[in-house]
Design a protein around this ligand. Structure first.
Ligand code: URP
Ligand code: ZN
Ligand code: ZN
Length: 482
């Protein structure tokens, strides 16, 4: 007699809190039981494997619309394939706004495109133009549609907002119960440095790192935190590249502010010197903030252990190396400032973090689960449906061979991007199966899910991102209506 549709049997179950040998019983798309000697109609032997929650990647760019009407090369089918190949079952991607335009139209188009997804998904709505229409009329509609997070850029020509508009976005988020994620780099400082570098004839990819040293990120992080404190609005600082930036977050947390920090695998294993390669090759490693150096990478592990940085996302970006619409969109002689920023990383996120983190003793498997699944799910209102192994949770699991060594080549990552910055890197620990809502979505590298089988994750209000109620200098909530 079978009690469950499917049993994952005999693995080492790893949750955010514990590691134990046990079985997981699944009925339909949910976990029904965690126990011993469970009986299922179907059974997957997990002896010798870790069984962890499916990865939750809360920062990746998939089929993101561009101002010229095009979209990122990584489409929802290829992006989902890559995510599942790497053990990730849920993603939060971006709906972009362009200056002078609204946010409802792109969000509708984005949802249309995402209907092909094979992983579960939600969106962060980017605010590039904080017009009255957007702030007072459209953001409430975005919330009503189940989207609970905004992204603001403090740099980039076409998307940055000034401090006043940033405050307006923070205040709108506070009124409607949203989390604001922030790209922290100082727009003016980067432009000033870039102009000087270009005037001196310093145009090669390596000068990308010169144009935006860490104090440019640190200043913007400090300012973002101070402005968020002024509004009493929780924020997450995206893609922290080095410990001195994380230290700004640590100070804010020590003062009781709701400020969280995310980092990405590229900041552990790439450095600014990767951009110093002959010809155009350095463009493959170019992302913002810039990767720093080995000391910065080492310091990030301390910030992870202290809990200052509690989410590791991919920041997967869809720019091919050879593609005419990718890194070389402005030609191979383009100055660094005209080369699109971002590196692919959907499938490599979990293996690199496991190999570098667990394999080298920086974190334990439970911390790995917290960083890659439980914490991102919590912060973005998806927990415990996602990121947990407990009765009632979605049956999203990754079966992980902690001993398997793989030398990363672009083809194993199964994204549409024609390169990986991690080509030739050997990692220890690899996903051998991905279960998404009770279905085997990847087995031994073969992705089995069907386009369109992913579900939109509508997010409602949740306590973690409620303001602290500490309003400076006697202001009350009415101060945040503008
Ligand atoms: O270089 C990066 N990070 N590209 C992706 C866009 C962003 O800033 O997150
Ligand atoms: Zn960013
Ligand atoms: Zn990004």
């Amino acid at each position: 007699m079978s009690d469950y549709d499917l049993v994952i049997a005999g693995g080492t179950v790893v949750t955010a809190a514990d590691m134990f040998r046990g079985d997981i019983g699944i009925n339909g798309d949910r976990i029904a039981a965690v126990g011993l000697d469970l009986k299922g109609t179907r059974r997957i032997e997990a002896d010798g494997l870790l069984v962890m929650p499916g990865g939750v990647d809360t920062h990746c760019h998939i089929e993101q619309l561009q101002a010229n009407g095009g979209a990122d090369e990584e489409n929802w089918v290829s992006g989902s394939t890559s995510a599942l190949a790497g053990g990730t079952t849920s993603v939060i991607t971006f709906s972009a706004q362009f200056k002078g335009r609204g946010i409802l139209e792109p969000l509708a188009e984005y949802r249309r495109r995402a209907s092909k997804a094979m992983v579960d998904y939600s969106f962060h709505q980017i605010i590039a133009d904080a017009s009255d229409e957007v702030i007072f009329k459209e953001i409430p509609e975005v919330v009503a549609s189940g989207v609970r997070s905004l992204k603001v850029f403090l740099t980039y020509e076409n998307s940055h907002v000034d401090d006043r508009d940033f405050l307006r976005v923070l205040a709108a988020a506070r009124r409607h119960g949203m989390l604001v994620t922030v790209h922290c780099e100082n727009y003016e400082a980067i432009n000033w440095r870039t102009a000087a570098l270009l005037a001196a004839g310093h145009v090669e990819p390596k000068y990308h790192a010169w144009s935006r040293p860490s104090m440019i990120e640190r200043e913007a992080t400090h300012r973002a935190i101070a402005l968020a404190e002024l509004v009493d609005q929780p924020i997450q600082v995206f893609h922290v590249s080095c410990p001195e930036v994380a230290a700004e977050i640590a100070q804010a947390q020590a003062r009781g502010l709701k400020v969280w920090g995310e980092t990405c695998p590229q900041y552990f294993v790439l450095s600014a010197s990767d951009m110093d390669r002959p010809g155009f090759e350095g463009a493959k490693y170019m992302c913002s903030p810039s990767p720093r150096d080995a000391a910065a990478s080492a310091g990030l592990w301390d910030m992870i252990r202290m809990g200052t940085l509690d989410v590791v996302s991919s920041d997967h970006s869809g720019w091919g190396y050879m593609s005419p619409v990718g890194k070389r969109v402005h030609g191979t002689n383009a100055p660094f400032s005209d080369i699109p920023n971002g590196v692919p990383g959907l499938a490599s996120r979990l293996p690199i973090l496991f190999s570098e983190g667990v394999g080298k003793g920086h974190i334990d498997p439970c911390q790995f689960v917290r960083l890659t699944a439980a914490n991102p799910a919590r912060l973005f209102g998806l927990y415990p449906r996602k990121g947990s192994i407990a009765p009632g949770a979605d049956a999203d699991l990754v079966l992980w061979d902690a001993k398997k060594q793989v030398t990363i080549t672009n083809d194993v990552l199964q994204h549409v991007i024609d390169y990986t910055p991690y080509e030739g890197m050997t990692v220890t620990g690899w996903p051998v199966a991905t279960i998404r809502r009770g279905q085997v979505a990847m087995r031994d590298g073969k992705v089995l899910a069907e386009p369109g089988s992913g579900q939109f994750l509508a997010r409602g209000p949740y306590d973690l991102i409620k303001p602290t109620g500490r309003l400076p200098f006697g202001f009350d909530a009415s101060a945040y209506q503008v």
